[in-house]
Ligand binder design. Structure first.
Ligand code: DAH
Length: 351
């Protein structure tokens, strides 16, 4: 029987060496180690052996079984290694292929415009001053020289919110001009006798209870500007804003100032730039006038200076306000303001 077992052992090893794949190896296992394998069957023959032969034969069967199990594992590892090598040989890894691009977000077109405006004024020495979105009637209107029931209030239909008092209600700011008073008071509080000059821009969201249309939205951004100090003249206003237009549009854009009215400035003016679509000849964008209105401005009204803590006998200043949506619409010839706050990626991804 021992000789028989040696023969099984040798035969099995020889067969294992012939196996070329995983399926073949499984077949080999059931043939040599399975329930009906000769080796398993030989266990049953142990009973027929003599008492001396039996332990020896039993031991031998176990040895062969272990040897075959080891051979199985070895062959399995070898087959796997072969397979890997084959894959490495045949499947080429092209390290020159471009990587997969990560989808990148981007800044909203209005944020881009706001940042450009801020950057241009920063170059001219203006600081960015942030102010609140929820305002009191006092800051949004009264201190800016809009007395109660003044008709100019009517141009700024407003969203009132809970929390104010009957004579000083709270509202969502209708313009960034409210920040002028906050800023001046903050500056002048530091040195009431000798308040420091102010040179700031105030960017931010504004809110009006408007009929939504292609030209007006209930929320929009503004950039306000304010310069207060000694000897500030209308010439400074014109020079600063014309320089802004040159930096924002192009170096030789022409500008013009038209008399206007705002309660918080005196005198007041609107600034137009020559239409950059038609070069001033007249087209549908400039409504055939050759000019595009881009901002309101003026010399700070003495009452407003006083409300901010600056003595109008000694200090003067200029202010302006512009709408980044309008500037962006003109620049890219966007025809409907409602696109900006709709979150439609087909629109936003163009910027
Ligand atoms: N606050 C004005 C508005 O929302 C815009 C404006 C005009 C601001 C003239 C100014 C200014 O500071 O001087 O219509």
């Amino acid at each position: 029987m021992l000789a028989e077992l040696d023969k099984i052992h040798k035969g099995a090893l020889a067969a294992a060496a012939q196996v070329i794949d995983q399926a073949g190896l499984e077949e080999w296992r059931s043939q040599y180690l399975g329930k009906n394998a000769v080796l398993t069957q030989s266990l049953k023959q142990l009973g027929g052996l003599s008492a001396e032969e039996r332990p020896q034969a039993g031991q031998k069967i176990n040895q062969v079984k272990q040897a075959l199990e080891a051979a199985f594992e070895e062959r399995k590892a070898a087959l796997q290694a072969d397979k890997l090598q084959q894959a490495l040989d045949t499947e080429r890894l092209d390290v020159t292929l471009p990587g997969r691009a990560m989808p990148l977000g981007r800044l909203h077109p209005i944020t881009q415009t706001l940042r450009r405006i801020n950057a241009i004024f920063a170059e001219m020495g203006f600081q960015v001053y942030r102010s609140r979105d929820v305002e009191t009637d006092e800051y949004n209107f009264l201190l800016l020289n809009f007395p109660p029931n003044h008709p100019a209030r009517e141009m700024q239909d407003s969203f009132y919110v809970e929390g104010g008092s009957a004579d000083n209600p709270l509202l969502m700011r209708t313009h960034t001009s409210a920040g002028q008073i906050h800023a001046m008071r903050e500056f002048s509080a530091e040195s009431p006798e000798n308040p420091p000059p102010v040179r700031i821009v105030l960017p931010g969201m504004c809110y009006r209870y408007e009929q939504v249309s292609a030209r007006s939205e209930v929320q929009f951004t503004q950039v306000e500007g304010l310069a207060v100090g000694e000897d500030i003249t209308f010439g400074d206003l014109k020079g600063t804003l014309t320089d802004f237009a040159r930096r924002f549009f192009n170096a030789d854009v022409r500008t013009r100032f038209r008399a206007s009215h705002f309660p918080f400035t005196e005198p007041s003016a609107e600034m137009d730039v020559e239409c950059f679509v038609c070069g001033g000849k007249g087209c549908s964008v400039c409504k055939h006038s050759g000019w595009l209105e881009i901002l309101g401005s003026g010399m700070v009204h003495p009452n407003v200076l006083r409300n901010g803590g600056y003595d109008p006998e000694r200090y003067s200043g200029f202010a302006f306000g512009m709408g980044p949506e309008r500037l962006t619409m003109l620049r890219y010839r966007i025809e409907d303001i409602r696109y900006f706050w709709r979150n439609d990626l087909r629109f936003l991804e163009q910027f």
